[in-house]
Design a protein around this ligand. Structure first.
Ligand SMILES: NC(=O)c1ccc[n+]([C@@H]2O[C@H](COP(=O)([O-])OP(=O)(O)OC[C@H]3O[C@@H](n4cnc5c(N)ncnc54)[C@H](O)[C@@H]3O)[C@@H](O)[C@H]2O)c1
Length: 465
């Protein structure tokens, strides 16, 4: 089956994944319509504003001209050759991914499906078997669905917020799951990406070492599993480093040295071995829980994953314990948390460790101040249930604080001049929950799994998903 080039593509959902996907597909030459049910988001996009913080995304989207349009109207699906589903799959109360947005997107697609569309691509992270389920939903909702001409494909997304552009344009691999005819169409759609024939956009140059992504063609189920298993493994690596870090503290070893030493083994690798406050964000917690609940459905226990989750959330308590060890009680004390987003270069607050830190500090009676270079406005809307004072500047965040917890390693905190700020604190106590302070500062510093720096040079910024 031959795909038109440029192809008409509809991208359903304009969140972190949908916006990146729409920008990428337009940049490699296709005509893309981004569809969302959120009128506010679409209005912003039509005004040329980007509803999320992602470095380089504004430039990428604004440079696509009429290759990229936005609407809330699903009828755009009529003209699409390929339709991407990029809606959210948040965890339900029992950890099972909530598929209501996928189901409603599939039903809306079905309403407008005609002979044109060839492939419906699922980019949302969904439980194994959802591809078949989406196909059945389409069959159920429209007589136009013809399983010999319409195909459902799984094409999981591996981008990381904060580095989404580079991750999408220069991916390690592209995973495509489904029937051969459909995978052939996807290969045609992605040809400029696979062959790297596009010009790199401003702000996302092609790394010198990069040649082309591997293309992995699998069954629908394997592709869905690859996404979950990849995230679960990365989460596991971080929790492993955190578990070892606790023992390092007790036996006098240094987790940074230990991680470097084991990471040199190519079978292990250096990445995702940073001890600290643990993972957060919309994916690791949700996807590990998702796998565990899939196992549960099949009466299959997954104790390693459960342990990874337990260790991750224990780590948030470890940071508070370090604080209490020095302050004894935080009642009436002023504690500042630096960084609210779950990692630097994003405004995403989903499952952010800082949320739990503030909530624990609230319970303990501390007076909390919080700062973030980008996510503070969003927190004002989404964290109304927490009790904290937003600091309008880093300077203000330090003033009269009894302790500062560095929770997210934004560049602003990595490059600030500590000592003048520390001098404005009531008591210079710093809990560096990301192990990023590399030389001595005029404060009592606590790190994770190691003694605070005594003048030696340390590795820069932690790396997280
Ligand atoms: N955020 C990431 O870093 C990341 C990375 C890889 C995979 N994923 C997966 O991708 C999926 C999307 O994640 P996200 O972070 O982009 O979510 P998001 O919440 O940022 O965006 C989802 C968008 O879908 C829209 N939406 C919901 N129902 C809709 C419908 N019926 N029709 C049209 N639009 C609809 C919402 O309004 C929202 O704008 C999830 O399954 C997630 O697990 C996310």
């Amino acid at each position: 089956m031959q795909l038109n080039h440029p192809a008409n593509v509809a991208v359903i959902g304009t969140g972190y994944v949908g916006l990146g996907t729409a920008g990428l597909l337009a940049h490699i030459g296709h005509r893309v319509t981004g569809i969302d049910i959120d009128q506010n988001k679409i209005d912003m996009l039509l005004r040329g504003e980007v509803p999320i913080h992602e470095p380089g995304l504004d430039d990428l989207l604004s440079s696509q001209g009429d290759r990229l349009t936005w609407t809330t109207d699903y009828s755009a699906v009529r003209d699409a050759d390929v339709i991407f589903i990029c809606v959210g799959t948040p965890p339900g109360l029992d950890g099972t991914p909530d598929l209501q947005y996928v189901v409603s997107a599939a039903a809306s697609i079905a309403e407008y499906l005609n002979g044109n569309a060839k492939v419906i691509v699922n980019k949302s992270t969904v439980p194994i078997g959802t591809g078949d389920y989406v196909q059945r939903l389409l069959e159920d909702h429209t007589r136009a669905f013809d399983p010999t001409r319409h195909f459902v494909v799984s094409n999981p997304e591996f981008l990381r917020e904060g580095t989404a552009l580079g991750d999408s344009l220069y991916p390690d691999r592209i995973v495509l799951g489904g029937q051969m005819e459909a995978l052939e169409i996807m290969t045609q759609l992605y040809a400029p990406l696979i062959d790297q024939t596009f010009s790199p956009p401003k702000g996302a140059p092609r790394p010198e070492w990069f040649t082309r992504p591997a293309v992995i063609k699998t069954s629908l189920q394997s592709a869905e599993m690859i996404k979950y298993a990849a995230n679960a493994f990365l989460a596991l690596k971080i929790s492993f480093a955190n578990e070892i870090s606790g023992l390092c503290e007790r036996v006098g070893a240094d987790i940074e040295e230990v991680a470097a030493g084991i990471g040199m083994d190519q079978r292990i690798g250096q990445r995702f071995l940073q001890a600290g406050l643990g993972w957060g964000g919309s994916c690791f917690g949700k996807d590990t829980q998702g796998l565990i609940s899939a196992g549960r459905e099949h009466q299959y226990e997954m104790p390693i994953l459960q342990a990874a989750i337990d260790i991750n959330y224990r780590q948030r308590r470890v940071i508070i314990d370090k604080l209490l060890r020095h302050l004894k009680t935080v009642k009436g004390k002023r504690v500042t948390v630096l960084g609210m987003a779950f990692k630097p270069n994003t405004d995403d607050l989903r499952d952010a460790p800082t949320h739990d830190l503030i909530s624990q500090l609230n319970r303990l009676g501390a007076s909390v101040t919080a700062h973030d270079p980008i996510a503070m406005k969003r927190a004002e809307r989404e964290w109304t249930h927490l009790n904290y004072t937003p600091a309008s500047s880093i300077q203000e965040a330090f003033e009269r604080a009894d302790a500062v917890i560095l929770a997210t390693e934004w560049d602003d905190y990595m490059t600030m001049d500590w000592n003048p700020l520390l001098a404005t604190m009531r008591r210079p106590l710093v809990i560096d929950a990301r192990n990023v302070i590399r030389s001595p500062i005029n404060a009592l510093v606590e790190q994770v799994g190691r003694d605070a720096p005594r003048g030696e040079r340390r590795r820069a910024g932690a790396e997280r998903a």
